[in-house]
Design a protein around this ligand. Structure first.
Ligand code: SAH
Ligand code: SF4
Ligand code: F3S
Length: 446
């Protein structure tokens, strides 16, 4: 039996794509392996968002070159595939920088993997064209299913934030039809999924063909999916503030399956910086939007992305970011030092912020965000929360799952609870997980 190893970097979209690539190879007779040494095909599903992410690929390829040589000496063939956003951005350049690579395939072309692997036996291949056919129409059924699943509903981005490579690596916004998404969701639910996260680079800009042939928005789509038998929880990510339409905000108040968690990247609290970033909204517009969401769902947990040290960012402008964070209060967040990316407008700008200033700002921001996260986690101690059990826990006899607010919880229960919702009394909050006890006399909701 041939074996395939897939390693994914970057966002949830890449994680989803990685599972679909495994499905494509599975249909060709490959089994998945987590041991790279025994893999006949190694796929690196790469991310181009920051310099560090892209650099990782080449150091990994260096290790793979050695491994491929060792396997060759033992008479074993190894195909090395670079997929994802570095593949899309750098294309054939990867072949010249890394002679060990056999196939370079972009995010829109991985349904062609079997053909590309076959062709690579005579000549190294690059496939990064945006194809005319829809890859989703050419993907086999999903194989690996758990209690939670990602489902791509939208790809690409038309926003062109001045710092970001995504519009170039993932192309223009394209939405799948409600019918296609519903069919995939039904299969996931039949396979045991209980929570579905609708994903897209800009998921709330979703505008697919509805069941009636007209245009459907994200809330329209969510209502169709929420009605499917077996679905307990619905989430979506990642969103842009400018696409938080009133019907989407309203859905947070009146769609029970929609979980009280919103990841809404803001990037900066300074209007001058937001404008330079081409975000097309102000800090106060973001505050007002959050107030609207909280009005319909007061317990919503908020999450965001931040960039510090964008070109020209002054100390006072950075402090406006801290003020925004203090004003809003986030349950979790990702924060990054600005990293100039080839091909993006901001990469050409001269007024770079020195590295030591970036480091200091990142640390100050993360200290504040960490304090907010700890306070949020600690607020659950003593409370009973519904946990959707996903997998076996860290220790024997334990299971792990998540709360409606997306906090990981560990508690003692048999693995037969996987895929069910169990009420758990939280006894302790760690920095990343909660620890609790199943509430014995409460009925276990299916
Ligand atoms: N579509 C999403 C996420 C895009 S990438 C959105 O619109 O928010 C995820 C995060 O990476 C971004 O939100 C941003 O905070 C960060 N990021 C993107 N480009 C970056 C860059 N050049 N340097 C540092 N961080 C970056
Ligand atoms: Fe990148 Fe901006 Fe598009 Fe998000 S909205 S993917 S940050 S260009
Ligand atoms: Fe990275 Fe591409 Fe996602 S650049 S963040 S893997 S869309």
């Amino acid at each position: 039996m041939k074996k395939a190893f897939v390693k994914s970097y970057g966002c949830q979209m890449n994680a989803y794509d990685a599972t679909r690539m495994a499905d494509v190879l599975g249909a060709e007779g490959y089994t998945a392996t987590e041991t790279v040494e025994e893999a006949d095909v190694v796929i690196l599903n790469t991310c181009h968002i920051r310099e560090k992410a892209a650099d990782k690929v080449y150091s990994e390829l260096g290790r793979l070159r050695v491994l491929k040589g060792e396997r060759a000496q033992a008479g074993q063939d190894t195909r090395i595939v670079v997929a994802g956003c570095v593949a899309q951005a750098e294309g054939a350049e990867i072949l010249s920088r890394a002679p060990t690579v056999d196939v370079v395939v972009g995010p829109q072309n991985y349904h062609r993997l079997p053909d590309l692997l076959a062709r690579s036996r005579t000549k190294r291949v690059v496939d990064t064209e945006f194809p005319v056919e829809d890859k989703f129409d050419h993907l086999p059924a999903r194989r690996t299913l758990g209690a939670t699943a990602f489902l791509t509903v939208q790809e690409g981005c038309d926003k062109f934030c001045a710092f970001c490579v995504v519009p170039y690596t993932r192309g223009a916004e394209v939405s799948r039809s409600v019918a296609a998404i519903r069919a995939e969701a039904e299969k996931l639910l039949q396979g045991g999924a209980r929570e579905i996260t609708l994903i897209g680079q800009n998921v709330n800009a979703y505008h697919g063909v509805g069941l009636d042939g007209g245009a459907a928005t994200l809330p329209d789509l969510m209502r169709v999916i929420a009605d499917l038998p077996g679905l307990l929880r619905l989430r979506y990510t990642t969103s842009h503030p400018n696409d938080m339409a009133p019907d989407l905000v309203a859905a947070h108040g009146d769609l029970p399956a929609l979980m009280p968690f919103l990841h809404l990247p803001v990037q900066s609290g300074s209007d001058r910086v937001l404008k330079a970033m081409n975000r097309k909204h102000t800090a106060d517009a973001y505050r007002a939007l959050i107030a609207d969401v909280r009005a319909v769902r007061p317990d919503i947990a908020l999450s965001s992305d931040f960039i510090v040290g964008f070109p020209g960012e002054t100390e006072a402008e950075f402090e406006e970011t801290l003020r925004l964070v203090s004003d809003i209060g986030f349950a979790s967040a990702y924060s990054f030092k600005y990293s100039p990316r080839p091909g993006t407008p901001a990469a050409e700008w001269a007024d770079a912020v020195p590295e030591d200033v970036k480091n200091r700002r990142l640390q100050a921001l993360q200290t504040l965000l960490d304090a907010q996260r700890h306070a949020f986690n600690a607020s659950f101690v003593g409370a009973t929360v519904d946990v959707l059990v996903e997998k076996a826990g860290r220790h024997p006899g334990q299971v792990a799952g998540k709360t409606p607010h997306l906090l990981p919880v560990q508690f003692d229960a048999p693995t037969s609870t996987i895929g069910t919702v169990v009420p758990v009394r939280i006894v302790r909050a760690g920095s990343n997980s909660l620890f609790g006890e199943a509430v014995a006399d409460a009925a276990v909701a299916a």
